[in-house]
Design a protein around this ligand. Structure first.
Ligand SMILES: C[S@@+](CC[C@H](N)C(=O)[O-])C[C@H]1O[C@@H](n2cnc3c(N)ncnc32)[C@H](O)[C@@H]1O
Length: 262
């Protein structure tokens, strides 16, 4: 980090964002993923969208109250529409993700996502967090899972209507991913374990693919992508989280380099 960076006290990202990290394996931008300049900079024909946007409910458990409310979580942002921009507008092949590739979105159901993201063959996966969160303590059920919508993005309505799965050849597995939620050091209020992201990425992309996460938070998608031999393109609005993502992805890059040299 340069002395100029250390003096950069702005909390709002600049228009077009600021690249905090760029390497052969990872690009991490501090920026607003609704910014058309940033959307235009995403490499065309990327391989997988794996993301966890704000849920738009302004919900804060007791546990997460030590953090500010998540940016974009007040219900004012139409997140499925924003993600629709990231896969590319209808009728285009020239921007966005490649045709017939997979999408994974936490926290939103298939009915909400299918149209804006032009998905078919959707299915609900479940992340079983093993350890219940404190959540709404007035409820008799402590939530210990999160839904993840899987879908296949089709550029052509005829393919979409045919409902093909376009699944890669791999062992068929169950739709519940069981892995304890992060506990102990609290770095981000909704951090996903990189091991969960690694399962999603490994099953829906190939070695060298570009994995995209426009709402990267602490960077778990990037860590998993790099450890799985993929590349990542991440955007995060809050500078402190974008910097955390850089530190974590750089650690994963060092490990990946060692694994490749072994
Ligand atoms: C649910 S969290 C993602 C957590 C992440 N999956 C992880 O494992 O840490 C959503 C993230 O989106 C970020 N965010 C909100 N509005 C944004 C925007 N306009 N552009 C980019 N990121 C945004 C929030 O700051 C938050 O970190």
């Amino acid at each position: 980090m340069t002395a100029m960076d250390m003096l950069d006290l702005a909390v709002e990202p600049p228009p077009g964002g600021k690249v905090l990290h760029a390497s052969d394996r990872a690009t991490i931008i501090w920026g607003d993923c609704r910014d058309p300049q940033i959307i235009a900079s995403v490499p065309r024909g990327y391989g997988l969208l794996a993301t966890d946007p704000p849920y738009g409910i302004g919900y804060r458990s007791n546990w997460s109250k030590q953090f500010d409310q998540l940016a974009g979580d007040d219900g004012s942002v139409d997140w499925p529409a924003v993600l629709g921009e990231w896969v590319g507008p209808d009728g285009t092949q020239s921007v966005g993700m490649a045709d017939k590739r997979h999408v994974m979105v936490f926290g939103y159901d298939a009915d909400t996502l299918a149209q804006p993201l032009r998905l078919s063959a959707t299915i609900e996966l479940i992340w079983d967090k093993v350890i219940p969160g404190s959540g709404d303590v007035a409820s008799v059920w402590a939530t210990s899972h999160e839904p993840i919508t899987f879908g296949v993005h089709f550029k052509r309505p005829s393919d979409r209507n045919a409902g093909r799965g376009a699944l890669t050849a791999r062992l068929r597995r169950g739709s519940v991913i069981r892995w304890p939620r992060p506990s102990g050091v609290l770095r981000h209020p909704t951090e996903k374990p990189w091991q969960v992201m690694a399962q999603l990425i490994e099953s829906s992309s190939v070695f060298g693919d570009l994995v995209v996460d426009p709402c990267a938070g602490s960077g778990s998608t990037g860590v998993a992508a790099v450890l799985e031999g993929r590349r990542c393109f991440l955007v995060e609005y809050k500078r402190e989280f974008a910097e955390l993502a850089v530190r974590r992805v750089q650690a994963a890059e060092r490990l990946a380099a060692q694994m490749e040299a072994a």
